[in-house]
Unconditional design. Structure first.
Length: 410
């Protein structure tokens, strides 16, 4: 048999490679065109099944029909990759009710991966969102992003690499976020300006902040009544890589569970460990260093009220806070080799409701089963911090569980 010279062999292999790439590009374009058509032509009750495969998409997708299910073969089997996206900004934008998405992955979108706007009865199950290049400020801001929604379930999903929040539910009502994993995001899981949320059985690790419950000004509603329980929130020490100007850009690396300006929040039965700034932070809007050009609405309440922390299992943490002010505060109160206690409060309380330095009973911050509390005295630039735990020795009425109605069938 005659030998093929090396140069000819290389040229043949190269030609084969180009043919395969061209065929794959044609296949991806065909898949993208068909999927866009299916979403456009969907009727209430439609189920769009996506086969296993890795599909490169160049344009963002949208759905405006209610009652649609989008289903893949598995979060690691059906992958929609937007790495070469040229038209966006979202991977998938949904403006519809009764929407279910399950068992697929969305990767490397230019902007938000999955945004669901103003929908009712939303189910997100077994979805993986990932920016595969690791934490970068150029990654999309939000992974799973229901906003102005009602009756929302986010479960059994994974989000990695969001430059704002991995799982974010904002300005919404009646929410369950359970059994998810959030890793290497700025905020792992964030409930913002939302009412009646249960966040449980999740794992948040390697984020800048693990689980956030925030209330920001100038939004459509104020948030209250969130329960954060039975989660694993550990080693959230990734440097903050949020885009400049984002509200979460002020979250210190090493934050476990953070409550900011929200009311009626319960944090209980969690395993919270090794978050280097503090395992739990309770703060006001004045500590965010986030000031928008529109100012703050007159009816906005910047203070956390009715916060109840009890029955958690804490370990480590507080040993290397982020930022010069916090490092200086730790050294001044606990020494260079010391650590912040499990709970750090910035010290801002509503002066309009205070009586002899105490808030009304239902507005208090109550801490049980924690290794100390620090009142950082933020109003006076940390000049007179206090380690007195007595003001926090109280209890609050417990919030009822969130019941989704109707209960989603997955």
């Amino acid at each position: 048999m005659r030998k093929i010279c090396p140069l000819i062999a290389i040229l043949l292999l190269s030609a084969c490679g180009h043919q395969e790439n061209a065929a794959q590009s044609q296949s991806d374009a065909s898949f993208e065109s068909k999927l866009q058509e299916q979403l456009l032509d969907a009727k209430p009750g439609s189920v769009i099944d996506l086969p296993a495969g890795h599909y490169a998409l160049k344009r963002g997708l949208s759905l405006r029909t209610s009652g649609v299910t989008l289903r893949g073969a598995g979060m690691d089997k059906t992958v929609l990759s937007f790495k070469g996206q040229i038209v966006g900004p979202e991977g998938l934008l949904v403006n519809a009710d009764d929407f279910t998405i399950e068992n697929l992955a969305i990767e490397d979108t230019m902007g938000d991966a999955l945004k669901i706007n103003q929908g009712k009865n939303i189910t997100i199950h077994g979805v993986r969102i990932e920016w595969t290049g690791g934490p970068k400020s150029t990654n999309g801001a939000y992974g799973l992003y229901p906003v102005k929604t009602q009756n929302v379930l986010v479960e059994d999903s994974v989000v990695i690499g969001a430059s704002d929040a991995g799982i974010y539910v904002g300005q919404s009502n009646n929410i369950v976020v359970r059994r998810n994993r959030a890793e290497q995001n700025v905020a792992g899981i964030e409930i913002e300006n939302s009412v009646n949320a249960d966040v449980y059985d999740n794992t948040a690790t390697k984020n800048t902040g693990g689980i956030l419950v925030f209330n920001m000004p100038n939004l459509s509603q104020a948030g209250h009544a969130t329960r954060v329980f039975h989660n694993k929130v550990f080693a959230n020490n990734t440097d903050n890589f949020a885009k400049k100007g984002a509200a979460v850009a002020s979250v210190p690396a090493g934050s476990g569970v953070v409550v900011n300006s929200n009311d009626k929040v319960e944090i209980f039965d969690n395993d919270i460990a090794d978050n280097q700034t503090a395992n739990v932070i309770i703060s006001s809007y004045f500590s965010t260093n986030y000031y928008n050009t529109r100012g703050v609405a007159a009816d906005y309440n910047p203070y956390p009220k009715g916060i109840y922390v009890y029955g958690n299992r804490f370990k480590g943490g507080g040993n290397s806070p982020d930022g010069l002010k916090l490092k200086t505060l730790k050294a001044a109160v606990y020494g260079l080799s010391g650590s912040f206690p499990d709970v750090v409060w910035d010290g801002y309380a509503d002066p309009k409701t205070q009586t002899n330095g105490l808030s009304p009973p239902d507005d208090r911050i109550c801490i049980q089963d924690a290794n100390g509390v620090l009142n950082a005295d933020g109003p006076h630039d940390y000049k007179n911090p206090s380690t007195d735990a007595k003001p926090f020795q109280c209890s609050l009425p417990k919030l009822p569980p969130v019941a989704l109605n109707p209960e989603p069938k997955v």
